[in-house]
Design a binder for this molecule. Sequence first.
Ligand code: DX5
Ligand code: ZN
Length: 219
Amino acid sequence: MGMIEISPSILAADFGRLADEIAVVERAGADSIHLDVMDGHFVPNISFGPPVIRSVRNVTTLPLWAHLMIDNPESYIETFAAAGADGIIVHLEVQADASDLCAAIHSLGVKAGIAINPDTGVTGLQETLRRFDRILVMTVYPGFGGQAFMPGPLETIGTVVSWSGMPPVEVDGGVDLKTAPRIIRAGARILVAGSAIFRAPDPAGALKTLRTVAEQALD
Ligand code: DX5
Ligand code: ZN
């Protein structure tokens, strides 16, 4: 694993041939797989849930990160851990307390991520965010793949990385060859990409080029 981690989001993959799609990005050097779980309540879209994650678990050894865009995540954490998620990402905007969610995830022996929507501020949250294993800054409003990148949250990345001892920052939404350098220069080190990889004519090539472009932005 290098300085940059690439986490393809299967939301943009062809679900009819999901195992093949995952095999392609695994061979191309993906560091993990990003699984977007949507419930039609927390976000206005429905995607997939634990059975799909269980199937993905059976076809890859890559770490699986479940991004829970759902209300009441506390009721489902155990189910997602049992389905084979190595990491569970919950949203700061849900009702439950983020530190409690983090402890609940860790108690299952799973890594914990905290996702932050574009309009959510992080002032005063240093101690809360520090408990997590990664911080997912959203650069689109969650709910759909293929949306345009929002530059505003780059400021949030800058704030978080200016604090000492923070977990790595991951960015999700509109990540592509054009936006990745700005994201990396802002201080993020993990890139989630759906459309830019799976909607490309050559997903393996797209992943490798994305990594190259991101690594060049480190210089
Ligand atoms: C959006 C999801 C993203 C989505 C990103 O709600 O959280 O992970 O798959 O898709 P792209 O990379 O197409 O913006
Ligand atoms: Zn996501």
